[in-house]
Ligand binder design. Structure first.
Ligand code: NAP
Length: 487
């Protein structure tokens, strides 16, 4: 149990329980420290699951599988709906927990809890709406009937940057589809996942339907689970590098994979854009979660006529941001997740500045406690730098100048990633044309935020495989079965 005084005002201390959650029971243990990124202090320790616990989790998910897949969709739906309501009832407490272990500002954490809960509401609605197919073959010989069945036990692996939402975006559709799951949250942010498991049990999720395990050895742990023939699905959100490794691992037993991987979003501003509205959207696209988002605007390409005004406006907004511990009310930009994350941002910025980029605000690593990096704007960034190729994952906006539409599209596409892009222009026909030319799974048109449970979230190229959310998200956890019917 976490004995942090910041939680003393809350009614339900059991929300801070943390052991392995297997088959509806807590299994104690230790081995993985959880750190407050604002101070570098350890705030809790969670268990380190090994092979024995991995097998126990698969056994628990298998024991619950038949009961759950044969539970009427309406009943599964009502359990998800109750889980949604419990998340809303405990929203403040969950937000504080997220802020403590992840570092993000409370406003961002509250936004995440609301967004995360919506996946349970959306999939409570979708659970009873899975449509099949019925048609006559072109030859007229027989009828085609297509049913969708739950795919089987699913292993869900999530990152630290959205500890609640990345979990609900997988658990919601999996449970709606009739699958039982094993969730492995990121080692940096396990407390939110365990709190969610507790609320799930209260909502009526049967024992073994959702199991949550932390491990300090994710590679061997995952390999052991994927080697079990009862496990038929891997849904992963995280970096492209780990995604590649997991695809290779899943190939050994031909496990179905959904992959939500890294991004390197371009943010295109044309001369005719509404400057103030574009700057507001740029702040959301860049600074939500202090830049630690897969959809975060990484590369700002700004047309010559509006370039200087854009840099000036963005600089003023970034400079005004209040940096501090996420859980302090005034904070707008919290610390980064780890000291390694700060090292990486510092390396990217230093290399760009050495090669001629100019920091109009920020650009220097502070010497205080905690894992901070200041909101930073870089202008005149040379092309070909690491800062344009790698995910920055921090509060740094790199701005480049362009002249023509064709040049902007070519620059936007010059990356192995294809997750998200943003286009700003008052000419909607042009914005849509540019959007069509950019190879990403998602495009924000005059909008800095695209995430929505009702929309298909995902990427092209090396940003992933499959989609989460929307009406198709549930099918990632289902297998079509075709009946050839003679009549
Ligand atoms: P990460 O290092 O890839 O880790 C993600 C998860 O994978 C964690 O739970 C991690 O466990 C686990 N993991 C690491 N190595 C593994 C292995 N060999 N086998 C099995 N699991 C392994 O990513 P991250 O740093 O947590 O998250 C940031 C990345 O996620 C960024 O690239 C970001 O763009 C991406 N992301 C993508 C989306 C999307 O929807 N496309 C959304 C959010 C984030 P440990 O924590 O124990 O290492």
């Amino acid at each position: 149990m976490m004995n942090d005084t910041r939680f003393s005002g809350y009614a339900d201390p059991s929300l801070h329980a943390h052991g392995l959650w297997i088959g509806g029971r807590w299994l104690g243990g230790a081995g993985i420290p959880v750190t407050d990124p604002a101070t570098g202090q350890t705030i809790a320790e969670v268990p380190d699951a090994g092979f024995a616990e991995a097998t126990m989790a698969v056994d628990a998910a298998a024991a619950a599988a038949e009961g759950w897949r044969s539970t009427p969709p309406r009943q599964r739906s009502e359990i998800l709906r109750r889980w949604f309501e419990l998340m809303r009832e405990h929203a403040e407490e969950l937000a504080l927990l997220i802020s403590l272990e992840n570092g993000k500002a409370l406003a961002d954490a509250r936004g995440e809890v609301a967004y995360a809960a919506e996946f349970f509401r959306w999939y409570s609605e979708e659970a009873s709406r899975v449509a099949g197919e019925f048609r006559t073959t072109p030859s007229g010989t027989h009828r085609i009937l297509v049913d969708h069945e739950p795919i089987g036990i699913a292993l869900l692996i999530t990152p630290w940057n959205f500890p609640a939402a990345m979990a609900t975006r997988k658990i919601g559709p999996a449970l709606a589809a009739g699958c039982t799951v094993i969730l492995k949250p990121a080692s940096e942010t396990p407390l939110t996942a365990y709190a969610m498991a507790r609320l799930g049990a209260e909502a009526g999720v049967p024992d073994g339907v959702v199991n949550v395990l932390t491990t300090a050895r994710p590679g061997p742990f995952t390999a052991a689970i994927l080697a079990d023939p009862r496990v038929r699905k891997l849904s992963f959100t995280g970096s492209t590098g780990v995604g590649r490794t997991l695809l290779a691992e899943a190939a050994k037993t031909v496990v179905s994979c959904s992959m939500e991987l890294g991004g390197n979003a371009p943010f295109l501003v044309f001369d005719d854009a509404d400057l103030e509205a574009t700057l507001d959207a740029a702040m959301i696209a860049k600074m939500r979660n202090a830049g630690e988002a897969c959809t975060a605007a990484n590369r700002f390409y700004v047309q010559s006529g509006i370039h200087d005004a854009f840099v000036e406006g963005l600089t003023a907004r970034m400079r005004a941001m209040k940096v501090g511990p996420g859980y302090e009310a005034a904070t707008e930009c919290g610390p980064m997740i780890t000291v390694q994350a700060v090292d990486k941002i510092d390396r990217l910025v230093s290399e760009a500045v050495t090669q001629g980029a100019k920091a109009t605000t920020g650009g220097t690593r502070p010497g205080n406690d905690g894992y901070y990096y200041p909101p930073t704007v870089l202008r005149d960034v040379p092309l070909g730098m690491s800062i344009g190729r790698e995910e920055i994952f921090g509060p740094v906006a790199a701005v480049y100048r362009f002249e023509t539409e064709a040049e902007a599209i070519a620059l936007a596409n010059n990356t192995e990633y294809g997750l998200a892009a943003y286009v700003f222009s008052r000419d909607l026909v042009r914005a849509m044309r540019v959007g069509k030319g950019i190879d990403t799974g998602m495009i924000g048109i005059n909008r800095g935020l695209m995430s929505d449970p009702a929309a298909p979230f995902g990427g092209t190229k090396q940003s992933g495989l499959g989609r989460e959310g929307g009406v198709t998200g549930i099918l990632e956890f289902m297998e079509p079965k075709y009946y050839a019917v003679e009549f």
